[in-house]
Ligand binder design. Structure first.
Ligand code: CAA
Length: 683
């Protein structure tokens, strides 16, 4: 037994060397690991008694790839490319033994080995595109030589993981192994001969060499789906170089493109988002000693769109759930809506009929609160009115066992007030889902003043179990996401009144990278919802109110800010006329408003609100706010989230622009808050 260094172990088994990478949790290829493998290889090279090598990782991970945390630091030799060069030219066969994940640079390391064997649980992939990158250690050159060009493009541009069995079919893996580790790997290596290097195996490139359009054809549908077009196009260019140039030149082109992407703001933003998503799991006051309670059974109160979507989340995760409604008709409508949603998935081919039936069978209905007694968690998704919430929670308090988590899906209401109406405020919190609840990944978990740590830990664990990204937020009107959204909505209304049209406002955001602007979004969600709330609260939004008064509720009525031909939104001259009338009635002289001003007025007030949210401790970190906007509101991930974007623009500039815009428009809502002023001034 010998340690090459603290992260790599080298052992000898007859004439086979076993090099095991041990850099928990996922064998990220940081400096120490690279150096350790290099040293181990050096020792093997000098030992004439050794004739083959097994390179392995842990059961969880062969390797998750380059250490993303090192990307901002000066490079330290040996680089991953140095290591790959040594392995590829090693004069004894090196066999990569894949267990768990082999991703990014981890797979690229394996591709440089002379053979790859995999256990059934292994999964390989090149997820770099999700970080705004392309594989940077030969992946775009070697993978097409093993899997063929079209399949390599699919793997590289999707970033998806490929299970071992499929990787075997694709030619990425040479053999599937059933036996015990490391014995089976050592036995395989003992008979291994050093075949041709992957870089010299050009047979699978032949088809693409003969058909110059193959790459464009294979890439087209993948490019359409890519969220970061620049990274996606760079991936395609690198694969093209693999086909059209000798290996060394193609490899150099890949490196050039990789370094360009790595330095790009788009990739920096996505790396920030990657780490921010992992940081949100770290919650003050929730150490490993706070165990989440087991959740075997759930109840959802309310069979509306939201309640139904939440019930589907549980069923999709295999957790039995009962939906409670007051009337049989409403319950039946809810059940039918859920069934229809599953049917759509079956029709689209994303779910098979048997699985759909299994999930439906996990969802029961009830017309009274009796099932609450059996539940480990209850999520209330009833009407958004405090008296109704209080009534429901009184019932929950009466029926639930001690220790059951009682959650409200309120979007705005005060969770502390709801909790105070029960005898167990420690078990009450908010679980704010985003519509459609079975699709959107964000879950705001609202921690009340009295919420106890085990209840919070349970809500977070349940959130993860049902595939969400839970972010802990504090109590305030609208929590984090909707509180910031309100600032954007306010400006949408103002911009329309002052001179912009819906298509102008929306274009500023779609050009920025959003899939939809606020007007199209409003039409999708239904304008009548906000209208009713405003009426109840005695508030006005003159343009939106006028649209609703004209019966234009959005897509569901075929018209809103736009006219709908099917689902296609078309600018409507009637809306332009309506908006001009409303402006005139409000005594506003309309003016042309440039796209830059529109964008600043939509985004900067959100950043301003974010500064207050942070100062008040409603969100723990700027990255938490970014995760909320990326997963709940489709903020373009390559823009990193509103707070990341604000930091790139510079908070001082955001402050100054808001002050200037406030002065120019006379709109006090644009004035920078005290919190933003303090944040911009720095520590
Ligand atoms: N670099 C640095 N840290 C990493 C990492 C990496 N490549 N991959 C994971 N980690 C860290 C995470 O930040 C996390 O740290 P904390 O516990 O401190 O928060 C820890 O490892 C565990 O990760 P997860 O919580 O995400 O665990 P998981 O089991 O849910 O997922 C995973 C594991 C699938 C590997 C996931 O972490 C992942 O997708 N990682 C990124 C993989 C990737 O993109 N690799 C390509 C890197 S770029 C590259 O390799 C370029 C090149 O060509 C040279």
């Amino acid at each position: 037994m010998a340690a090459a260094n603290e992260t790599v172990e080298l052992t000898r088994h007859g004439d086979v060397a076993l090099i095991v990478m041990q850099n928990p949790p996922v064998n990220a290829l940081g400096f120490a690991l690279r150096e350790g493998v290099m040293r181990a290889l050096d020792a093997v090279a000098r030992d004439a008694a050794l004739r083959a090598v097994v390179l392995a990782g842990s059961a969880r991970a062969f390797s998750a790839g380059a250490d993303i945390g090192e990307f901002g630091l000066p490079p330290r030799a040996p680089s991953l490319r140095d290591l790959i060069a040594v392995i590829e030219d090693f004069d004894k066969p090196v066999v990569a033994a894949l267990r768990g994940i082999a991703l990014g640079g981890g797979l690229e390391l394996a591709l440089a080995c002379h053979a790859r064997i995999a256990w059934p649980d292994a999964r390989v992939g090149l997820p770099e595109i999700r970080l705004g990158l392309l594989p940077g250690a030969g992946g775009t050159q070697r993978l097409p030589r093993l899997a063929g060009v079209a399949r390599a493009l699919e793997i590289i541009l999707s970033g998806d993981m490929v299970p071992a069995a499929r990787a075997r079919q694709d030619g990425i893996v040479d053999a599937l192994i059933e036996g015990a580790f490391p014995e089976a790997a050592l036995a395989y290596a003992a008979t291994a001969v050093r075949g041709p290097r992957v870089r010299d195996r050009d047979a699978r490139l032949a088809e693409a060499k003969a058909d110059p359009d193959l790459i464009a054809r294979a890439a087209a549908p993948l490019l359409r789906r890519a969220r970061d077009g620049l990274a996606a196009r760079a991936c395609v260019e690198a694969v093209r170089a693999a086909v059209t140039r000798p290996f060394a030149e193609g490899d150099a082109e890949e490196l050039r493109l990789f370094l360009e992407r790595r330095a790009s703001p788009e990739s920096q933003a996505q790396r920030h988002a990657f780490f921010a998503e992992r940081e949100v799991a770290k919650v003050a006051g929730l150490g490993p000693e706070i165990a989440p309670r087991p959740v075997r059974r759930a109840v959802v109160v309310g069979a509306g769109t939201m309640g139904g979507g939440i019930a589907m989340c549980f069923a999709d995760a295999g957790i039995p759930v009962t939906v409670i409604e007051i009337g049989a008709e409403a319950l039946e409508r809810g059940r039918a809506r859920i069934a229809a949603n599953y049917e759509t998935s079956v029709r689209r081919g994303s779910l098979d009929a048997a699985e759909s039936a299994r999930r439906l069978a996990l969802i029961a209905g009830a017309l009274d609160f009796a099932p609450v007694a059996e539940a480990d968690i209850v999520i209330e998704a009833a009407f958004e009115e405090m008296p109704i919430k209080k009534q429901v929670f009184a019932e929950l308090d009466r029926h639930a066992r001690p220790g059951t988590v009682l959650a409200t899906n309120t979007s705005y209401l005060n969770v502390d007030e709801i909790a105070a109406g029960t005898s167990r405020p420690g078990d009450v919190l908010g679980m704010h889902f985003f519509s459609p609840a079975n699709v959107m990944k964000l879950l705001e978990v609202v921690r009340g003043a009295a919420t106890a740590a085990p209840a919070l830990a349970t809500a977070l664990a349940v959130g993860r179990a049902i595939g969400k990204v839970p972010v802990v937020v504090g109590v305030c009107h609208g929590f984090v996401g909707n509180r910031m959204l309100a600032r954007r909505s306010e400006q949408t209304e103002r911009l329309l009144l002052e001179g912009a049209l819906p298509q102008d406002v929306d274009r500023a955001l779609t050009d920025f990278g959003f899939r939809m602007g606020p007007c199209a979004m409003g039409d999708l969600a239904g304008l009548d919802v906000g209208w009713r709330i405003r009426k109840a609260m005695g508030l006005r939004a003159p343009v939106s109110d006028a649209l609703c008064e004209a019966g234009r509720f959005g897509q569901k009525t075929g018209s809103g800010y736009y006219l709908y031909q099917g689902r296609e939104a078309v600018p409507d001259p009637d809306v332009a006329a309506l908006i001009e009338r409303v402006s005139a009635a409000e005594g506003i002289t309309r003016r042309g408003i440039g796209q830059d001003e529109i964008l600043e007025r939509l985004i900067y007030p959100m950043i301003d609100e974010g500064a207050s949210i942070l100062e008040e401790g409603i969100a723990a970190r700027p990255g938490d706010i970014d995760v909320i906007w990326i997963y709940g509101y489709n903020w373009p991930v390559w823009r990193g989230g509103p707070m990341w974007y604000g930091a790139q623009v510079g908070l001082a500039r955001v402050r100054d622009r808001l002050a200037a815009l406030a002065a120019a428009t006379g709109d006090g809502q644009l004035r920078p808050s005290a919190a933003l002023q303090r944040a911009a001034a720095g520590p």
